[in-house]
Design a protein around this ligand. Sequence first.
Ligand code: FES
Length: 172
Amino acid sequence: MDLIGPLGKPFHVSGQYKRIAVVGGGIGIFPLLYLLKEMKESDKSAFLGFRSSDYVVMTDEFEAASDRLSISTDDGSVGYKGIITDLLDKDIAERGFDIIYTCGPMPMIRKVKDMAQKAGIKCQVSLEQRMGCGIGACLVCACKTGKPDNWEYSHVCKDGPVFWSDEVILDD
Ligand code: FES
């Protein structure tokens, strides 16, 4: 097997963020575990959403890496029944965060982006996309960046996969 890396741009890790939240859905949870481990000095809240108990993984690791862990499943077989952003919404109001990092399904990312924007909280999104080359040559992984009336194509592989939520356009 041939491997190249590291590629692309990572999450912004900084000691200036005292209270952080990570919001992950499905396979999008995995990069967030390593991010939590990097943010050593921060107060860390983790929010993980899954389809059902059959898909719930690595909760012990997230529990150890965070100060509090919230879990939801669509069918209520583990944790809160419903979508994970319901729990995030409650904590934004009660606790407040300096930054929210998110990775997972696009509807969840869109919702987290909107919630962060409304609350005036910084937000980084890590996008999932099909990739061919990983180095910006094949254009398989295009996404829109800029403002809705003045945007351009960027590469998730090279310019991301992590973007500031206010620089990326997440079309329906
Ligand atoms: S994967 Fe080829 S340009 Fe991004």
